[in-house]
Write a protein that binds this ligand. Structure first.
Ligand code: NAD
Ligand code: UD1
Length: 334
């Protein structure tokens, strides 16, 4: 059985489907601070089996010990955490507590239970932008905010742990920009409040929830002047987790890989693709650059292909079509 922390969240819920499809039994632990319990019902509708669900916090060692005592967990996928960069600047203690202390509590409970296979949600945010646009696993790392620093710290803790106790099997997966939704349209990303990220904002403009999108800058040194990112379909990302788990089971060790498509799209390209997929106009205005943004980056995904035999299969049109199907379903949720 795989313990999926944060399994009712955006990426975790898609990972649950991919894991279930690969034949794994699942136990979700989530405190629902950024997701809804009825995601579990929808997961059951899609895959025909109901994952076990425990409402609880990864910082709560009593809950963790009970989970490990009661169930035969063989591996942990750790998605639980807070992820808003701006909020992390305003509330650093909450971010370090959730994301760093929470991970330490989880690792300690795993060690007590002698479970030593761990897959961690890292991010392209750990790369510093000094080396150019293409990020390789060996590219320099740095952080400019508490969210990113938390990812760096946990990556380093995991490397230290593996050095001290080589029996651990650890994957540090660096996600680029996850977008889209499951093709059923029943699960996806539904951020609370005003979305920080591009795609949920675009989808909310298309569906009429918001009037227009601010495009943060059109004077970057990119082909159309707007920011370029490596958008990855969340189902491809989820499949990357199954491939990483298979790799750890087979090879062991400490795995660090980019999960990205290996090519970038601009903000204007994303808007056009979404208009095409939805048949709706996406109104936008050009605004000042957003503080902290950089012009462009994308993954070198070749290591993941070589080690895991994994690469992305779903392109921009599918990302937008699936996000649109989900956005329409989402409007009907109370
Ligand atoms: P999400 O907010 O949709 O999911 C996170 C889930 O964790 C939520 O369901 C939330 O309720 C739960 N959670 C948060 N703190 C918890 C705690 N202390 N105990 C138990 N549950 C808790 O976010 P997501 O986009 O699915 O991100 C998952 C992971 O991937 C995070 O670690 C995030 O930092 C990382 N990541 C996300 C992105 C992205 O763009 N979405 C990019 C890179 C990395
Ligand atoms: C953001 C996070 C980063 C995280 C990544 C993955 C910040 C500063 N960085 O990066 O830590 O790892 O998400 O999800 O939040 N854009 C607009 N208008 C909008 C929103 C975005 O023009 O309303 C533009 C941005 O300027 C950028 C692109 O769209 O060029 C993508 O933005 P976003 O979705 O926020 O992702 P990142 O900036 O890559």
């Amino acid at each position: 059985m795989i313990l999926v922390t944060g399994g009712t969240g955006f990426i975790g819920s898609h990972a649950c489907l991919a894991l279930a499809q690969a034949g794994h039994e699942l136990l979700i632990l989530d405190n629902l601070c950024n997701s809804r319990a009825d995601v579990v019902d929808r997961l059951q509708r899609i895959c025909g089996r109901r994952p076990l669900f425990v409402e609880g916090d990864v910082r709560d060692s009593a809950v963790l010990d009970e989970v490990f005592d009661r169930h035969r967990v063989t591996a942990v996928m750790h998605f639980a955490g807070l992820k808003a960069v701006g909020e992390s600047v305003a509330r650093p203690l909450e971010y370090y507590d959730n994301n760093v202390h929470g991970t330490l509590q989880l690792l300690a409970a795993m060690r007590r239970a002698e479970v030593r296979t761990f897959v961690f949600s890292s991010s392209a945010t750990v790369y510093s932008d000094r080396e150019g646009h293409v990020y390789r696993e060996s590219s320099p790392r740095d952080a400019t905010n508490p969210y990113g620093r938390g990812k760096l710290i946990v990556e380093d803790i995991l490397a230290d742990l593996h050095l001290a106790e080589p029996a651990w099997r650890i994957a540090r997966l660096r996600y680029f920009n996850p977008v889209g939704a499951h093709e059923s349209g029943l699960i996806g990303e539904d951020p609370r409040g005003v979305p920080n990220n591009l795609m949920p904002f675009v989808a909310q403009v298309a569906v009429g929830r918001r009037e227009f999108l601010n495009v943060w800058g059109n004077d970057y040194p990119t082909p159309d002047g707007t920011g370029v990112r490596d958008y990855i379909h969340v189902v491809d990302l989820a499949e990357g987790h199954v491939a990483a788990l298979d790799y750890l089971t087979r090879e062991g060790g400490l795995l660090t890989v980019n999960l990205g498509a290996g090519r970038g799209h601009s903000v204007l390209e994303m808007i056009q693709a979404f208009e095409k997929a939805s048949g709706r106009p996406v109104r936008y205005r050009i605004a000042e650059r957003r503080a902290g943004d950089i012009a462009q980056f994308w993954a070198d995904p070749s290591l993941a292909k070589m080690l895991l035999g994994w690469e992305t299969k779903r392109g921009l049109d599918q990302m937008c079509a699936d996000a649109w199907r989900w956005q329409q379903y989402c409007e009907g949720l109370s």
